[in-house]
Design a protein around this ligand. Structure first.
Ligand code: NDP
Length: 305
């Protein structure tokens, strides 16, 4: 089935579909099933990550689909504990996916963690704090420079960042050894956290912006918001469609996640919001006491200050 999903042109010249399937908390078979359902429903864009532990099953669904590779847009990401080992980690990702290349490789968070500790993903020190690498030893700038090298292999079509605040992007762009402007910045964006200033800044630098947790993440709290429900009723659609269509209206790329076939399908049914509706959704956070982050990094450092 083909769907009429709008695209955005990246600074590499490639087109990225504005709606992609999110796959966090979609593993142990769910990553496979949801990717199969998404590709059947007409999605051509899938967002995975080493951290999601689903690259192998997502890749299997992609390969089995029979859809020509060039018709798909596949993203994966490097996790903080791997930031010092870019080439090795990327090769592992591509092997797990079973693909010749990825369309986009993102740095998941701008902080390097040591690879040791009992927990592979959040290694702790004996005092219980998270084992973060001293930035003088290795920083996100070092990782990004290693990611630039991957572009030369042809196995990565574009590189980008995630969870960077404006200051970190400025620092990145000011570094003389940074020669490639990130194609994408992936951040938490939904009506309770529109981050308009950061979105505008990225756009002014030619960086496309991807909205993660567009429904408010686990349990989809955005879908019970009064304004969203009101507009959904007026338009005769599911509230999820309104939250996703708002992200498209504001020229971002949006990554709704679901493991249910009917929701995966429904989330692709966009409506064209009027500017009045879009602006009303822009204002939701103001009515609720200001912006609210729903996905907080477990290691608790103030990455967004
Ligand atoms: P979402 O905002 O996409 O919400 C997912 C939740 O919404 C799940 O509980 C899902 O339930 C539910 N849901 C989905 N569609 C519907 C629907 N139509 N009606 C009712 N409920 C629905 O959350 P995520 O945090 O997963 O964000 C989306 C994606 O963004 C991730 O999967 C990941 O790819 C990316 N991401 C990136 C991060 C980063 O640091 N770069 C951080 C967080 C996310 P169910 O599955 O049971 O249907």
């Amino acid at each position: 089935m083909s769907a009429n999903i709008p695209t955005i042109k990246l600074n590499t010249g490639a087109l990225i579909p504005q709606v992609g399937l999110g796959t966090w908390q979609s593993a142990d078979g769910d990553g496979y099933k949801s990717t199969v359902e998404a590709l059947k429903a007409g999605y051509t864009h899938i967002d995975s990550a080493m951290f999601y532990r689903n690259e192998a099953e997502v890749g299997k669904a992609i390969r089995e689909s029979g859809i020509p590779r060039e018709k798909l847009f596949i993203t994966t990401k490097i996790w903080p504990t791997d930031l010092q080992y870019v080439e090795e980690t990327f090769n592992k990702s591509i092997e797990l996916l079973g693909l010749d290349y990825v369309d986009l490789y993102l740095m998941h968070w701008p902080v390097a963690m040591n690879h040791n500790g009992n927990d592979r993903w959040y290694p702790t020190r004996p005092d219980g704090s998270i084992d973060i690498v001293d930035p003088k030893e290795w920083s996100y700038l070092d990782t990004y420079k290693e990611m630039q090298k991957l572009l030369k292999t042809g196995k990565v079509k574009a590189i980008g960042i995630s969870n960077f605040n404006k200051e970190r992007i400025e620092k990145l762009l000011a570094d003389p050894e940074v020669t490639v402007v990130p194609a994408v910045e992936q951040i938490e964006l939904h009506p309770l956290l529109p981050q308009q200033e950061l979105v505008d800044y990225c756009h002014s630098k030619g960086i496309a912006v991807e909205a993660y947790s567009p429904l408010g993440s686990t349990g989809a709290p955005i879908l019970s918001n009064e304004t969203i429900v009101k507009i959904a009723k007026k338009r005769g659609v599911n509230p999820a469609v309104i939250a996703i269509s708002w992200a498209v209206w504001r020229k971002t790329i949006v990554l709704p996640k679901s493991t249910h076939a009917e929701r995966i399908k429904a989330n692709l049914q966009l409506v064209e919001l009027t500017d009045e509706e879009g602006k009303e959704i822009d204002n939701i956070h103001k009515l609720l006491g200001g912006p609210k982050r729903l996905v907080d990094p477990k290691w608790g450092i103030k990455l967004f200050d």
